[in-house]
Design a protein around this ligand. Sequence first.
Ligand code: CA
Length: 229
Amino acid sequence: MRIFVAEDDNMLADGLSRSLRQAGYAVDLAKTGSDADAALEREDYSLVILDIGLPGIDGFEVLRRLRKRKYYVPVLVLTARDELDDRVRGLDLGADDYLVKPFALPELKARIRALLRRGQAGKKPRLVHGDLTLDTVGRRVWVKGRSFGLTVREWNILEFLLMNSGKVVSKEDIVEALCGWDDELSLNAIEVYVSRLRSKLEDAGAGAKIRTVRGFGYLLEDADEGGKE
Ligand code: CA
């Protein structure tokens, strides 16, 4: 999942993006209102964290423009001032939640999970293939009901393959889904992660396997389906 953060306070912005990346999200960061506005016009995110006090265009205006474009991504507003007016105005403009600074990171993460869960309400928070079940909000995975250990990268790749079940995804698609602007992940690295993930699925008897489609990418299919690697 990809999260967009608009925050001009360097220390807070860096701390936030580091902590969200450690939690397994891809994070893009903007430090001015106009950069945030441009990015939100251009790209798709699962969630937006928006500081109100941004230089140039403020967070209220970024939010107003975002909603005017009928873009209904969940937005969590950060406000420095504990002023009721700011909170009310943010919610009136279409924010889904707010936090008053300073806030504790665990609280922010809990709010993020709640918003993502709500945002997924119409969609399936659990993805299933064979004996494999993946909880996209709680970020856990099971094989035949038993919890199954994956690294953050492996988990993210598996989530992407499950979301695109039945379709061939290219390595470039995977890089785009997994990386924020500042992350770098080579196509070779994707091959390594996929091959490790493939062995883990095989060892666990997940009932799903990753097929390499030469020259195109990868396809998640039932383990008993034919097709040579
Ligand atoms: Ca600020």
